[in-house]
Design a protein around this ligand. Structure first.
Ligand SMILES: *Cc1c(COP(=O)(O)O)cnc(C)c1O
Ligand code: SF4
Length: 353
């Protein structure tokens, strides 16, 4: 790969330093934001179960003195997490039943998901993996050979998705080697990375990462995870530009979260901001029913109403697909915008198209 002149690439160890330096003490975070330490005390039991973790570049985008800041609410442990809510469980996606090999999830016909890393740079309170037994799903050298054998044997597979945790917590060298191994399997055509790292630590987008992603015949796709336009600053824009300069397709998935992005103006600005930065909206997920996250939940009907409002103010290519994951289905399940649902019902009733 040739690196274009207009990109300035960060040094390889900058992101690792920022990863190590992530803030894990709620009181330290609150002090930085000029908020009272009492906001942390109430969250302590939740913080023991799933600790606070947030890198400095993400904190730098939070508003000082605002306890309802949409970025802060995504990471600060809350007492509400300790409530037991019927229907919210520790394995909402029933993933524990569909791992044919350690570290590999094959639920959809032509693509497999790899748990490439157990760790994350940030702990998002709504995360559906907050209870996932990563320790049992580590990809060591032996497991990796077993994964390759599985993928080789399944000729229906076209795409391998690196997930986690966050797969970009892994080194560029390890990732590059894994992609090279995959490129030797003839029926694969694409490699996809799902990562929040380019958002929370933009210097993660290094020259060696871009080189590793583009070194083989496999077409690279990177799906960002950004929930709110305030998460996109100049550093994030530069990171997305570097990916695009390397000819990597950049998409975004978001999660619809009560009190954070559940307004049409915010979702509209999110799509506009992402596109101006070089990323296309892909999915907007309704929350998985994971224990501890019920206070972020939005009813399907409200989500579908929001989508109808969003569709009225955005071009089609800036509309994310509203979707949820239902265990046992062969793909994500799309939720139609509300007016579309009503229209289909009316048309079905009159027999017209
Ligand atoms: C979400 C998911 C995928 C990817 O689905 P796309 O619709 O292709 O984005 C693949 N495998 C598993 C197990 C998933 O949960
Ligand atoms: S997997 Fe994604 S959503 Fe979950 S904690 Fe890690 S970065 Fe956040």
């Amino acid at each position: 790969m040739t690196l274009t002149m207009n990109s300035i690439w960060p040094s390889a160890d900058d992101w690792q330093q920022r990863l190590r330096d992530a803030i894990t003490d709620p009181r330290e975070l609150l002090a930085q934001l000029a908020l009272p330490p009492s906001l942390a005390e109430s969250g302590h039991p939740a913080a023991r179960q799933f600790p606070l973790r947030v890198p400095q570049p993400f904190i730098d985008r939070m508003r000082r003195g605002d306890s309802n800041d949409p970025l802060l609410l995504q990471v600060l442990p809350q007492v509400a997490e300790m409530q037991q809510v019927p229907g919210f469980s520790t394995d909402p996606l029933a993933e524990l039943g569909s791992t044919p090999r350690n570290g590999l999830i094959h639920k959809y016909h032509d693509r497999v998901l790899l748990i490439a890393s157990g760790g994350c740079a940030i702990n998002c309170r709504y995360c559906f993996r907050r209870h996932f037994p990563y320790q049992e799903n580590q990809l060591g050298p032996t497991q990796w050979q077993e994964v390759l054998t599985y993928i080789r044997a399944h000729t229906e597979l076209r795409e391998v998705i690196f997930s986690g945790g966050d797969p970009l917590v892994t080194t560029d060298q390890r990732l590059g080697r894994m992609i090279a191994d995959l490129a030797a399997i003839p029926h694969l055509t694409r490699v996809r990375i799902h990562s929040r790292l380019p958002i929370v630590i933009p210097s993660r987008v290094t020259a060696t990462l871009a080189a590793g992603l583009t070194a083989t015949r496999l077409q690279p796709v990177l799906v960002l995870h950004c929930n709110h336009p305030q998460e996109v600053d100049a550093e994030v824009r530069d990171a997305v530009r570097r990916l695009r300069d390397a000819s990597i397709t950049v998409l975004n998935q978001a999660v619809l979260l009560r009190g954070i992005n559940d307004r049409v103006e915010i979702l509209r600005e999110l799509s506009e901001t992402l596109f101006s930065a070089g990323a296309l909206p892909y999915y907007l997920f309704v929350l998985d029913a994971v224990a501890g996250a019920a206070h972020f939940d939005i009813a399907d009907r409200d989500a579908q109403r929001l989508m109808a409002e969003l569709q009225a103010v955005l071009p089609g290519y800036l509309l994310p697909r509203l979707a949820r994951e239902i265990p046992g289905r062969p793909s994500k399940t799309l939720l139609l915008p509300e007016h579309a649902v009503e229209k289909l019902a009316v048309d079905a009733g009159t027999g017209s198209l």
